[in-house]
Design a protein around this ligand. Structure first.
Ligand SMILES: NC(=O)c1ccc[n+]([C@@H]2O[C@H](COP(=O)([O-])OP(=O)(O)OC[C@H]3O[C@@H](n4cnc5c(N)ncnc54)[C@H](OP(=O)(O)O)[C@@H]3O)[C@@H](O)[C@H]2O)c1
Length: 318
């Protein structure tokens, strides 16, 4: 028997639009394979006049209340930012609806409150898309390694920084590489969240909470990539090494240590081979050993793939 599951979609930009496209392609297979028919009941945007490919204009609204009035089973938050997103996610949870979000800024700032609230109301929060886009690292840490003990996480979590460093290896200046990243839509017009390391730290904070939850946090080391020059990059290459912006966390003396900084890596290091906008995560676990994940950490369809996986997971469990 097929069960109808209604989705209230908050935001129809890059990722929201990607979700609409992917659901359009996959709806029939999901119905056959999982016995659930996923239907978007309402879509919240800021600009209600703009046409959205694949979306019936009748269900587009600029009022969040309309989304809740459309009686969704799951609310999918893809507007970004913290304040409005927190309000809408809170309202969804309070009305006993599970939430799926890609919003690392919200989770890094208010994750514990969001999860505690969801627990109180007996609903779930899916957030696979918030770190490493289409690479399922959160599910791996939560489910795949549930019986193991994670010892360290080391990764390249910001595709924009990695893209800039790769272009610098090809001879472009920092400024030209950043402009190219902005032209291709990898970097925001105001790029400090990426290039100063805050985005990578937000993602590392989310992953570390899953891997090492409950361990008291110690000092955080944070630096970005603005100071890197072409001379630095060339000198590293001459020495057979590469410069990468590396996020890592581990427990040291009972304290969780987080660091996001530039590192000189030997050519054989798994992270040295990560180029352009790709993301990677190396997990060291006591029993499983070293696991490496590599893939597209952003973009409409990779991120929508993770969002849709969470929707299916939650819809099936309901
Ligand atoms: N882009 C990626 O590759 C990527 C990867 C991983 C995670 N994420 C996360 O996914 C989320 C969405 O990112 P995105 O790139 O899709 O953003 P985006 O392209 O800017 O889209 C945001 C959407 O939300 C709507 N919106 C924003 N604020 C709103 C508000 N206060 N009320 C109503 N509607 C509002 C916008 O409406 P209008 O269209 O009318 O402006 C737009 O449709 C963010 O949390 C981001 O960090 C993105």
């Amino acid at each position: 028997m097929t069960r109808n599951v209604r989705i209230g979609l908050l935001g129809c930009g890059n990722v929201g639009g990607g979700l609409v496209t992917l659901l359009g392609e996959r709806r029939e297979q999901i119905r056959e394979r999982h016995g659930i028919d996923l239907e978007i009941s309402s879509v919240l945007v800021r600009n209600g006049e703009k046409k959205r490919r694949g979306v019936d204009p009748e269900i587009i609204t600029t009022r969040a209340a309309d989304v809740f009035a459309s009686d969704p089973d799951i609310v999918v938050e893809l507007i970004g930012g913290v304040e409005d997103a927190a309000r809408f996610v809170g309202a969804a949870i309070d009305s006993r609806r599970s939430v799926v979000t890609a919003n690392k800024a919200l989770l890094a700032a208010q994750g514990s409150e969001v999860f505690a609230r969801a627990k109180r109301h007996g609903v779930r929060v899916g957030f696979e898309a918030s770190v490493c886009g289409g690479v399922p690292v959160i599910r791996t840490l939560r489910v795949g390694l549930a019986g193991d003990c994670v010892e360290s996480l080391t990764g390249i979590l910001n595709g924009t920084c990695n893209y800039i460093l790769t272009l610098m290896e090809e001879g472009q200046s920092f400024e030209d590489a950043l402009a190219k990243a902005q032209e291709l839509g990898f970097a925001e017009a105001e790029p400090s969240l990426d290039v100063d390391g805050h985005d990578a730290l937000q993602k590392l904070t989310i992953l570390s909470a899953i891997a090492f939850g409950g361990v008291p946090a110690g000092e955080v080391q944070l630096s970005g990539i603005r100071g890197v020059t072409l001379r630095d990059v060339r000198r590293a290459l001459r020495e057979g090494r590469v410069i990468r912006h590396v996020a890592s966390s581990r427990i040291d003396d009972g304290v969780l240590r987080l660091s996001v900084r530039l590192e000189l890596l030997a050519a054989g290091d798994p992270l040295a081979a990560v180029r352009y906008e790709n993301n990677a995560l190396v997990v060291r676990a006591r029993a499983a050993g070293e696991l490496t994940f590599l893939g597209r950490g952003a973009g409409a369809l990779p991120t929508a793939s993770a969002v849709l996986a969470d929707i299916i997971d939650i819809a099936q469990a309901a």
